[in-house]
Design a protein around this ligand. Structure first.
Ligand SMILES: C[S@@+](CC[C@H](N)C(=O)[O-])C[C@H]1O[C@@H](n2cnc3c(N)ncnc32)[C@H](O)[C@@H]1O
Length: 361
């Protein structure tokens, strides 16, 4: 099958636009990390000196950033003809949803943070391409793990328990019933899924398991800040460990099976945790059924993250399944069958980025 190729000029135009987009994103990272957007909301419109004082930053750098933000259209300026140090900059009404609000579904500061984290270990990544070695998750640093957690947080806090679990009425009922249900949250990152479930189902207890020590530390801090320490505990643990034991009424894993070096070992562990007939929910990036050149935006995003992060973190050991972010439904069905599940069902959930697989042990 031949797919028409865009002209060289179209590709050059697209990359030139992407270059401006990348500069926008890195400028958003600066504003996010230094608290500029947040301080423009909490303290109101500001001159460069006022914002620098609020943020504890240098005035000249802050002024250049403010002007750059106004030129790219993210900030408003009261009067561009004023002398530079007298111009007053503000975040236009409604833009907090993009730059500040952690629960917004259109937040993009977290997207900037993920991208910065994704390119952190580029020299090691180039070497990994040559040698076939992996790049450890922690080499991507707090920006990758933190940006990832922020990115999924709105969905995990406001849709998982409210909209997605009820698609499985039997599980929804069990999580509301007595005796209180026990839930295993595999690869829970910074625990927004565990917290979302514990908030939505006030009787349940949740055990989270994640390999990444920094994420587990942040997870337990988030749990404590939410006042949920009596019902949610996060453990630093390889979920593929054959010794992982326990009895749970439900287990889930959000956006992590494709990252795992050994997804079958983890799925087998989840099957054991819920016992015969039990239910496991896997939420993972939605890939098309098959490979197609000049693909969809979703496939472009998945392959982009796959080459930079998801494949390298999963290549860590010689037994790796070498999955990557583009885990096609057939690949996943194969893993689930190998792990001993009797049934795989794709739930009827409308989500632009994720597939929801219900597995029966
Ligand atoms: C892309 S993050 C997703 C985190 C979280 N579920 C979320 O949605 O924000 C993938 C997570 O899987 C974890 N992970 C990968 N392999 C694992 C394993 N074998 N056992 C436990 N956690 C693992 C990583 O440490 C990381 O926190």
């Amino acid at each position: 099958m031949t797919v028409p190729q865009p002209s060289a000029e179209e590709i050059a135009r697209r990359l030139s636009e992407a270059m401006r987009g990348a500069l926008d994103l890195f400028s958003v990272y600066i504003g996010d990390q230094l608290g500029f957007y947040r301080l423009l909301v909490s303290g109101g419109p500001a001159t460069s000196m006022q914002l620098a004082e609020r943020a504890g930053t240098n005035e000249r750098y802050t002024r250049e950033w403010l002007e750059q933000q106004a030129v790219t259209g993210f900030l408003a300026v009261d009067d561009p003809t004023k002398p530079v140090t007298e111009r007053v900059f503000s975040l236009p009404a409604g833009y907090e949803a993009v730059f500040v609000d952690p629960d917004s579904f259109i937040g993009m500061a977290q997207g900037a943070q993920i991208l910065v984290g994704t390119v952190k270990p580029l020299p090691a990544l180039l070497e990994a391409f040559r040698t076939g070695a992996g790049v450890p998750y922690d080499a991507y640093g707090p920006d990758l793990a933190g940006g990832q957690a922020r990115f999924n947080r709105p969905m995990l806090l406001h849709q998982l328990a409210q909209d997605y679990i009820p698609v499985m009425p039997d599980i929804d009922a069990r999580l509301r019933a007595d005796p209180p249900a026990r839930v295993a949250d595999i690869g829970m990152g910074m625990a927004w899924s565990s917290i979302g479930l514990a908030r939505g189902y006030p009787k349940i207890t949740v055990d989270g398991f994640d390999l990444d020590a920094y994420s587990v530390e942040q997870a337990n801090a988030n749990v404590a800040a939410e006042g949920l320490r009596d019902r949610v505990v996060c453990h630093c643990r390889d979920a593929g460990d054959p010794e992982l034991a326990g009895q749970y009424d439900f287990a889930l894993a959000v956006e992590c099976v494709h990252d795992m070096a050994n997804p079958v070992a983890v799925l087998s562990a989840m099957r054991r945790l819920v016992g015969p007939g039990g239910t496991v929910l896997i939420v993972d990036d939605r890939a098309d059924e098959s490979f197609l050149p000049n693909g969809t935006d979703q496939e472009r995003v998945l392959y982009g993250f796959s080459i930079l992060h998801c494949l390298p973190v999963g290549m860590g050991d010689s037994t790796s399944a070498q999955t990557g972010a583009v885990m096609r439904p057939d690949t996943f069905r194969g893993y689930a069958a190998e792990a001993g599940f009797s049934k795989v069902e794709i739930l009827p959930v409308e989500h632009e980025g994720f597939s929801f697989y219900r597995l029966t042990a």
